[in-house]
Write a protein of this length. Structure first.
Length: 120
């Protein structure tokens, strides 16, 4: 009575998975034409915290941001903590300023001077 059990695993390939019905980004249907929109703010491309000043900075696409309507340049970086902003020609330029808000925000500049003095 030698019963050699041969368990043949019949692997059922579960290949037939339902195709995910996730659609790609919806086309702008005219309602919200803003390409840049963070947290419901049209024209807001992104927010960052400056490591230098510790303040919150926002990068705006001025054509879509109501508060920058009529701005002479397409991009802007704003120090949210102090409400100071600087217009930029390119998004790259705006992004570069995120590390140095002291160049366009007098309040940050003053604060930075004070802290660096203390540290020295
Ligand atoms: Zn500031």
């Amino acid at each position: 009575m030698t019963a050699t059990k041969t368990t043949t695993k019949k692997a059922t390939p579960a290949k037939a998975e339902p195709t995910p019905t996730k659609k790609a980004a919806p086309k702008s249907s005219g309602k919200s034409t803003a390409k840049y929109n963070v947290a419901g703010y049209p024209g807001l491309a992104r927010t960052v915290r400056s490591r230098l000043s510790g303040t919150q900075l926002s990068i705006w696409f001025t054509a879509e941001a109501p508060q920058f309507k009529g701005a002479s340049k397409p991009w802007a970086i704003e120090c949210e903590d102090h409400g100071k902003s600087k217009l930029c020609d390119t998004r790259t330029e705006a992004r570069m300023h995120r590390e140095d808000p002291v160049t366009f925000c007098p309040t940050c500049k003053a604060a930075f001077k004070r802290t660096s003095k203390k540290a020295a």
